[in-house]
Design a protein around this ligand. Structure first.
Ligand code: BGC
Length: 751
């Protein structure tokens, strides 16, 4: 019997005894098993459990299995894995420690290899970009709690999200899973999602660490960037999310960073994450991202995921041998197991054992959460002549394209959530990374519900000439346009197929044309000048149809603001040609991030380029005025206050943004987002807001001294509605300041 088979056999026995004796597993006296005493700290519990464990048991914790069959590899998962799941790590019944049951992802509960299993129908959140576009961390936390509760009710206790790789490459095929281009916004929103997920006794997995910013060649490319600039951009997003969310696990990514695979990078895992950030959870690998035993273990990888994705089971027999020979110290194996145990105890996996007994899910309530997220995440990009909100007195409306009669689009790959009610447009792109799924939340039906007596017609838009003819006769037209994106491949910066032609033809026939975009992220809009209005709806999620209709008709004031810059051309991107295009699969290549920390709006501003729509931008149905900008410095930290007044005639939510920059220059770009607030106000309503600027956003990272350093001197403070439009400005003198990279103190993280 091979070693792997032996492990499988042993764990099958262990698990069978686990399943047969739940009372024994759960209950047997805390006196014999003091680590099951939930009044003790996670650290203490982890230490106690570790002391009771054999080496084999420790090894079993650091080696995960894929949760679904892989016919091409003749792989069958352990019997206790949830069918069609992403992963499984055996429990230790003898000690009352439950298995880890893993599922994707950040947008809802997914099913793996759905063609081979009865898939789970679950609630899908809108895109990660939509959640970021809300600039509302309370909502992000609720969204995280909703999907984690569904995960738990589906038998899972580890959720493989959220993802927060910065959108450095706007054509990145997974932009829709992520949280945007700015480290402060992405880290804050992801931190809130993590808090929500872990409130449901589910371990959140922050991913993909780090700089997995494009899909093309993701498992072989080397993302090259100076360390300081990585710390000021992509890594800062992760750092803030760790501080604010304290995720139980971090997933290291496929790519190499400055030549070294992320899952064996001592710098990334050991020095930065566990050293400087004082991270106490565990690092697990992405599916197939491990390339070594000793290097990975010594660098800081704590758990190899999803046997048999990697070329070899590096943390199976090979790790046992490395520990036996001393190549990997036994203390390091203890550290790996302790970290996993600590996160399991911290999230409450051993105290809340219900994962495994599929429970009822209130889909109506969960869809309302997804809908609320989308309603605040939709961004109104253009509204000429106040065509929106649409009047309820409208007598006729022509709706065209985007399968709006049946549903709303979602992204593909491992994060795909199979919707309740099934795919509204089956048969599109059935194989990986498909299927391309439309969630059955049709905008057309929701629009009809808004104006039930109007004459509403729908055309699929395939016949462009016919659509233009009908448009010429219509009172108003709404065109739904889509761009499908999916894990494992990148996208072009435009809409799929002939949709640009369709929109141009319709807009030429009828200037009262409104475009609703369901896209991965930014797209070019060659027709922009000729349409009256544009809404960016991202991938709208399970409540997408009503959310779009409610914004179109003004039940909801659009309060989404762009978490990514929409460039005006490919030429504005740091890499006009996508790195790796044309390079044969499997051949290593470099992606040189010469933009450094100047990601998104920072890159454009540094180069004096005007985007199509700037970061932070989004219109409302009302208007706000910002006044009374004040700055003061308290404990060396900058605090900015301002007053917001709703000077329009509708209720609405303002998102005043504070940008900061040194008057003398010297940063990666003229300014950075320093903070924001979101406040809902009735007409004439007013609020005074106080916004603290994180000191790291006023500093640069000094690798020579391993410190954040702020030069003393004059700094500019701007307040506005985007990274490019400011209503208020002030200057402030700040003293020099510096702080060790180790931030904040580990004691603050260890809660
Ligand atoms: C993806 C991860 C995902 C994992 C499990 C990988 O291909 O990159 O994001 O969690 O698969 O499905």
């Amino acid at each position: 019997m091979s070693h792997t088979r032996a492990i499988l056999f042993a764990l099958t026995l262990t698990l069978l005894s686990w399943a047969a004796c739940p009372a024994r597993a759960a209950g047997a006296g805390a006196a014999q098993r003091p680590w099951l005493d939930s009044s003790l700290s996670p650290d203490r519990r982890a230490d106690l459990a570790l002391q009771a464990m054999t080496r084999e048991e420790k090894l079993s914790l650091v080696f995960g299995y894929f949760g679904s069959v892989m016919p091409n590899k003749q792989y069958t998962p352990p019997p206790q894995a949830r069918p069609g799941s992403a992963g499984f790590v055996p429990g230790i019944a003898r000690l009352g420690l439950p298995p880890q049951w893993l599922t994707d992802a950040g947008l809802g509960v997914a099913t793996q290899r759905a063609s081979l299993y009865a898939f789970r129908e679950r609630t899908a959140l809108p895109s990660g970009l939509a959640t970021s576009a809300t600039w509302n961390s309370g909502l992000a936390q609720r969204a995280g709690a909703m999907i984690a509760a569904e995960a738990r009710a589906s038998g899972f206790n580890v959720l493989l999200g959220p993802g927060l790789d910065l959108v450095r490459e706007v054509r990145g095929g997974r932009s829709f899973e992520y949280a945007g281009e700015d480290p402060l916004l992405a880290g804050t929103i992801a931190g809130a999602q993590i808090r929500g997920i872990q409130s449901q006794h589910v371990v959140a997995v922050m991913k993909h660490y780090a700089l997995n910013d494009q899909e093309t060649g993701r498992d072989i490319l080397s993302a090259n960037i100076p360390e300081a600039q990585a710390r000021e951009s992509d890594l800062l997003a992760f750092e803030l999310a760790v501080e604010q969310g304290n995720p139980g696990a971090v997933m290291c990514s496929y790519n190499r960073l400055n030549g070294v695979y992320a899952c064996e990078s001592r710098w990334l895992l050991g020095r930065v994450l566990k050293g400087d950030w004082g991270y106490r959870g565990y690092v697990m690998s992405d599916w197939g991202a491990v390339h070594s035993t000793v290097d990975s273990a010594l660098a800081g990888l704590d758990q190899e995921s999803a046997y048999s994705f990697d070329h070899e089971p590096y943390f199976g027999a090979a790790l046992a041998a490395a520990v036996a020979s001393g190549a990997v110290p036994a203390a390091r194996l203890d550290d790996m197991a302790r970290r996993i145990l600590r996160s399991m105890f911290a999230a409450g996996l051993a105290d809340h054992r219900d994962a495994g007994a599929p429970a009822g899910i209130d889909f109506a309530a969960d869809t309302r959460v997804a809908q609320a997220d989308e309603e605040e995440g939709i961004v109104l990009l253009k509204n000429a002549g106040g065509i929106l909100p649409l009047p309820r007195t409208a007598e006729g409306l022509l709706v065209i394209g985007g399968h709006a009669d049946r549903g709303v689009l979602s992204g593909g790959g491992s994060s795909t959530v199979y919707p309740v009610g099934g795919n509204a447009v089956p048969g599109l792109m059935p194989g990986w990374p498909g299927p391309e799924i439309y969630l059955p939340s049709a905008p057309l039906g929701a629009i009809m519900g808004q104006i039930p007596r109007a004459n509403i017609r729908y055309l699929d838009g395939k016949d462009i000439a016919a659509a233009a003819r009908e448009a010429a006769r219509a009172e108003r037209v709404i065109v739904f346009a889509t761009q499908w994106a999916a894990e494992s491949r990148d996208v072009a910066l435009h809409l799929d197929g002939d949709q640009d032609k369709l929109i141009s033809a319709v807009a030429a026939a009828n200037p009262r044309t409104v475009v609703v975009l369901e896209s991965n992220g930014p797209v070019l809009m060659p027709w922009l000048a000729n349409v009256a209005a544009v809404l960016e709806a991202w991938y709208p999620g399970s409540g997408g149809g009503p959310a779009i209709a409610r914004v179109l008709f003004g039940d909801v004031d659009p309060s989404g603001r762009l978490p990514v810059t929409f460039p005006a051309s490919l030429g504005q991107l740091p890499h006009p040609e996508l790195p790796g295009s044309g390079i044969p699969a499997g051949r290593p290549f470099n992606v040189d991030y010469t933009a450094g920390a100047a990601v998104g709006y920072k890159w454009l501003q540094k180069r004096g380029l005007k985007p199509l729509f700037p970061f932070g931008y989004g219109l409302s149905y009302t208007r706000f005025r910002y006044t009374a900008l004040r700055t003061h410095v308290s404990h060396e930290q900058l605090i900015v206050s301002l007053t917001v007044t709703n000077i329009g005639s509708e209720s609405g939510a303002a998102v005043p943004q504070v940008y900061v920059g040194p008057a003398a220059g010297g940063w990666e770009a003229p300014r950075r987002l320093g903070g924001w607030s979101k406040v809902t106000l009735p007409p004439e309503g007013t609020a005074t807001l106080s916004i603290r600027i994180d000191p790291r956003l006023l500093a640069v990272f000094d690798t020579a001294h391993d410190r954040w350093q702020r030069q003393g001197g004059t700094y500019d403070v701007w307040v506005g509605d985007s990274a490019a439009t400011f209503e208020l400005a002030a200057k402030v003198q700040l003293p020099a300041w510096s702080h060790a990279a180790r931030w904040p103190s580990p004691a603050r993280i260890a809660r």
